[in-house]
Design a binder for this molecule. Structure first.
Ligand code: GLY
Length: 421
């Protein structure tokens, strides 16, 4: 788009992470024209994500309603991956290898066994292994671990390959389509930042862009993570209470003589602190992830806000990973990355149409953000839920995810906070 211009689509998706791409693909598969809006697609939380598809080992106490959504999405993953494959997405690192949960000391063993009781009570399969059996599966595990549990249902995908794959299928293999060129509309993609929602009367009619352009759309889906809360023209009184939870993540190359370092994803508890080691097919491993609620000070203009890596975080990850797999010390450290996860007060996403006090909802608008630790796992469910909403189906069971659930019942929700149209 050269200068201010108006483009039209059935659906505008704001945000080019795993969630935005997945929703865009599902919308396009339904026969709708779709524009995906992002000036730096794939560079946010998705860039750091390890891609664990782990409803069982990511279960946390008192998050049973989130568990339901995680299990639903986990069940959707095989078909989502197969459909992508059939559409010509190529290899995006979807692996159904299992996860091993391991503890370092006796307290870690007790914590993992207590969690197992909750997992089992929710019908999830978690099989204790002897340390000997665990080491038969993964010979480089430390003999000093206190326990091991096999979790066959927790899998992985590589988000850094998944987004280009989704872009390929979204572009429908048209030459030149699907590339993000700054300031240009190219196929389905708009390489500009969304600044606000465009209203027409009481309904959202599209998106205003930082480059002065406008996307006019019948439906607008807000899927730009933490940035969602800063959009102008959100429905009056609706707050998207997103907070950044920063995570440091490491990538290491495994020397030939140590390959494979591990074949399962290893999730450990080391003196009460969680750590995970995710093996990739290319001979690297991803080690993560810290959780910090404080951003490090920015280093001049050399580091984008929230992407500064914590020295303490890197130390902690390497220290704890080596407790579980001592050979980690022999790997080549090739990357340290930090990003912010978009978290909500109850850790469940803000997903759906925005309800209004009279029982209806804001027309033309769907919110899909706040996926916190689970964006990659939840992508197929988010896409399916958005597709249902586009098709006019509102599922009454989804009220737990209502994007307005933290906004009280005071919002009018039919007027923009700021005139953008
Ligand atoms: N899903 C793993 C993480 O957020 O670290």
């Amino acid at each position: 788009m050269n200068g201010p211009a108006v483009v039209h689509a059935d659906v505008a998706v704001i945000g080019g992470g795993v969630i935005g791409h997945s929703i865009a693909w599902e919308a396009r598969a339904s026969g709708r024209s779709v524009l995906l809006i992002d000036d730096q697609p794939g560079s946010g939380a998705s860039w750091a994500a390890a891609g664990m598809l782990a409803p069982v080992s990511e279960l946390h106490y008192q998050e049973e309603s989130l568990l339901e959504l995680m299990l639903e999405s986990s069940r959707l993953w095989p078909d989502f991956a197969a459909n992508l494959g059939r559409a010509g997405a190529g290899d995006f690192g979807y692996l159904t290898t299992p996860t091993l949960a391991v503890g370092a000391d006796a307290a870690d063993r007790r914590a993992l066994m207590d969690l197992r009781a909750v997992q089992e009570a929710n019908g999830l399969l978690v099989e204790p292994l002897t340390v000997r059996d665990a080491r038969a599966k993964e010979p480089l595990l430390s003999p000093a671990i206190s326990c091991a549990l096999d979790i066959p249902a927790d899998h992985q995908v590589d988000p850094r390959r998944l987004i280009p794959s989704l872009r390929t299928v979204l572009a429908g293999h048209q030459p030149g389509a699907g590339t993000f060129v700054d300031g240009a509309v190219n196929g389905f993609a708009v390489g500009s930042r969304a600044t606000g929602l465009l209203w027409e009367g009481d309904r959202v009619r599209g998106v205003e862009l930082a480059n002065g352009g406008t996307v006019r759309a019948g439906e607008t889906i807000v899927a730009n993570g933490l940035q969602a809360a800063a959009l102008e023209g959100l429905p009056a009184g609706v707050q998207l209470p997103l907070r950044p939870v920063y995570g440091d993540i490491l990538r290491l190359r495994v020397p030939q003589h140590l390959r494979p370092l591990v074949t399962s994803t290893v999730r450990g508890l080391v003196h009460g602190v969680p750590v995970y080691i995710v093996p990739r097919q290319d001979g690297t491993v991803v080690i993560g992830a810290t959780q910090r609620e404080d951003a490090l000070p920015e280093a001049g203009d050399t580091v984008a806000p929230g992407t500064a890596v914590s020295a303490g975080g890197v130390y902690q990850l390497l220290r704890d990973a080596q407790v579980l797999v001592p050979a980690v010390a022999e790997l080549e450290l090739i990357e340290c990355t930090a990003r912010a996860r978009p978290a909500t007060p109850d850790n469940a996403p803000l997903l759906g149409r925005v309800s209004v006090p009279d029982g209806g909802h804001v027309r033309g608008l769907i919110i899909a953000t706040g996926f916190y630790r689970h964006g990659v796992l939840l992508a197929p469910a988010a896409a399916a839920i958005c597709r249902n909403l586009l098709d006019g189906r509102i599922d009454p069971h989804r009220t737990a995810l209502d994007p307005a659930r933290f906004s009280g019942r005071h919002h009018e929700a039919l007027q923009p906070t700021k005139e953008t149209a």
